[in-house]
Design a protein around this ligand. Structure first.
Ligand code: HEC
Ligand code: HEC
Length: 218
């Protein structure tokens, strides 16, 4: 699904959010996050934090404020082996569909401020250029084309990248490049990642990690 008209994107976003929130229960999600799935699974907070902050150095992604439909789709992909991660597979394997909707509903309503880091200005400038203007010489479309203004995400299909940890962003772009992540619809991301140089991956990950996240009203 690619939506180009602003009004359409906004309506789709509202619809996705409304449906996801109707399906998932924030309180039941909180129990799984704090105590595990009741069948021996680790509590999600051990790695992602109770506030969904994740951990940059450890490569644990921030989940706070990501679209509930996107979070649920990724959990189903881990559970069913479409997205491969030795660390996440055992955490997703025991969750049923309802539990997946519940943890997604919990993390989507968490809000977090971005922790500012000291990063070289030329690196940030290169990253900003990729996000807003792309690199037409190498057929790289601006990230904002799909991930929305400020790369804050559009609906369940295009996740927010702003405020995500740079280590995790880098790892995902490298995973597409080397073929270990390939669960994206129509291989939209593979086509982008394959053309990014290592230097561009560094720059775009650094820049995105410093951008404000999407505000979510509960
Ligand atoms: C032992 C640490 C650990 C635990 C516990 C854990 N995760 Fe993860 N999680 C990770 C790592 C590492 C990744 C990145 C994996 C990859 O590269 O695909 C990840 C990725 C994810 C993603 C994908 C995020 C994105 O932006 O695509 C979701 C959603 C997620 N975890 C949800 C959960 C939930 C819900 C739980 C609890 C039921 C949980 N995780 C427990 C370490 C953990
Ligand atoms: C043609 C559309 C398109 C463009 C342009 C695009 N992306 Fe994506 N991107 C996607 C889709 C779709 C996904 C979700 C993949 C999935 O469902 O697994 C995604 C996911 C990602 C993820 C994983 C996020 C997470 O939480 O795991 C990263 C990182 C990413 N994109 C970075 C970028 C960067 C950097 C650019 C610009 C250089 C970019 N994307 C441009 C479509 C696009």
């Amino acid at each position: 699904m690619i939506i180009t008209r602003r009004g359409g994107a906004f309506a789709a976003l509202l619809l996705t959010t409304a449906l996801a929130q109707a399906a998932g229960d924030v309180d039941r999600g909180a129990t799984i996050v704090m105590q595990g799935d009741g069948q021996g699974g680790a509590p999600c907070l051990a790695c992602h934090g109770s506030d969904g902050a994740g951990n940059d150095g450890a490569g644990f992604p921030r989940l706070a404020g990501l679209d509930a439909g996107y979070l649920a789709a990724q959990l189903r992909d881990y559970r069913e082996g479409r997205r491969i991660s030795a660390v996440m597979a055992p955490n997703a394997s025991r969750l049923n569909d309802q539990q997946i909707e519940d943890v997604a509903a919990y993390y989507t309503v968490q809000t977090l401020a971005v922790t500012p880091a000291e990063l070289p200005a030329d690196l940030l400038a290169k990253g900003e250029q990729l996000v807003k203007q792309g690199d037409w010489d190498n057929y790289i479309v601006p990230c904002e084309t799909c991930h929305g203004p400020g790369a804050q995400g559009v609906g369940a299909t295009f996740p927010g990248l702003s405020g995500q940890h740079s280590t995790y962003l880098r790892q995902q772009l490298e995973a597409w490049k080397n073929g270990t992540r390939n669960n994206d619809p129509n291989q939209l991301m593979l086509a982008i990642a394959a053309r990014l140089s290592d230097e561009q991956i560094q720059a775009v990950s650094a820049y995105l990690s410093q951008q404000p996240t999407r505000r979510v009203s509960p």
